[in-house]
Design a protein around this ligand. Structure first.
Ligand SMILES: [Zn+2]
Length: 330
């Protein structure tokens, strides 16, 4: 277990499953009924930073309202919403998805129809098309809990409920109803959230949330902090666009900005710089191998010094392959 400079706990180990990141074995100790270990980020924000529980969710709370950014896996949607309702005392709770991947939208059905639910138009389309992914995720819930939250009664209850209902789930249960694009603003109590979309990057529907008054940015999966980046060939990614998007994210940050990444530890602007540098060096290394005539399969087995110490080792070959294909195709 690692701890970053702001005290966020980092846990490692994860596997990829059908285009989304899924948890693997992890022992955790929490209070009896607590499922999500929220850590304070700024005065009005907190986050769950735990590699085994899907994308990093952030909660924004102000004036009796709460917005949850990203809903993790199917069995965690209700837990996220319950925690938000506790904050608001039953007041308005809304949801925003940073992009369509299943480890950021799996819990959407706990929110849709019960308040505003925001995503990029292309995310909305893609979420509508991936009901099989959500059913599979729901069916896997009991296994996930037994690995990650063993002994947590509330988590087991939620997992059993979600798994029993898996085949009744409909696409519309997961589809956000409120489209946001670059330039949109969302109000949560006294706070204004600026929504950014910098074009195709990690996917074709990445949203970055900036709360200037809190000096905090949630980058979604444009940033994997201390980890290999996850590439999804079917999600409309662009390696060049991803690098460009990260430069645009940096324009939102000053020396004091707190950055919540899609996965991995919370930090400052340096985690954005590191993510950009990883992609730049990956492109450079893979391009050099292509010029030498190295096959894709051989390149995928390689490793370079800039990768030293990164987590999510199991998705390294996938990242190399995706960049290889994109360079070859361009
Ligand atoms: Zn993603």
């Amino acid at each position: 277990m690692l701890m970053n400079r702001r005290g966020f706990v980092v846990r490692t180990s994860m596997v990829t499953l059908g285009g989304c990141l899924a948890p693997s074995a992890l022992a955790r100790v929490l209070r009896a009924d607590q499922i999500l270990d929220w850590a304070k980020v700024t005065g009005h924000t907190k986050a769950v930073v735990n590699l085994a529980l899907g994308g990093n969710s952030m909660m924004v709370v102000s004036g009796g309202e709460a917005l949850v950014i990203d809903s993790k896996f199917p069995y965690l949607g209700a837990a996220l919403r319950e925690d938000a309702m506790t904050e608001t005392g039953g007041g308005g709770v809304s949801l925003l998805n940073t992009h369509h991947h299943g480890d950021h939208t799996g819990g959407n059905s706990a929110f849709v129809g019960r308040g505003k639910t925001y995503a990029h138009p292309k995310a909305i389309e893609r979420i509508r098309g991936q009901i099989d992914n959500y059913r599979t995720g729901a069916e896997a819930a009991v296994g996930q809990v037994s690995q990650n939250l063993a002994g947590n009664k509330r988590a087991i209850e939620l997992a059993v409920e979600v798994a029993d209902n898996a085949q009744n789930l409909k696409a519309e249960d997961f589809v956000p109803t409120d489209a946001v694009e670059g330039g949109s603003q969302i109000t949560v109590g006294e706070l204004t959230l600026d929504i950014h979309h910098f074009g195709a990057g990690h996917t074709d529907n990445d949203i970055v949330v900036h709360i200037a008054s809190e000096n905090v940015v949630h980058t979604g999966d444009l940033v994997f902090s201390g980890l290999h980046a996850f590439f999804d060939p079917s999600g409309g990614y662009s390696t060049k666009g991803w690098i460009k998007s990260l430069s645009s994210v940096l324009e939102l940050c000053d020396a004091e900005t707190t950055v919540v990444p899609g996965h991995g530890v919370v930090g400052g602007r340096e985690i954005v710089e590191n993510a950009r540098s990883y992609l730049e060096q990956l492109v450079e290394a893979v391009d050099a191998e292509i010029k030498k005539g190295t096959s894709k399969e051989d390149a995928q087995q390689m490793t370079w010094s800039f990768m030293d110490g990164l987590g999510f080792e199991q998705i390294k070959g996938r990242a190399i392959g995706a960049v290889y294909d994109q360079i070859k195709g361009s």
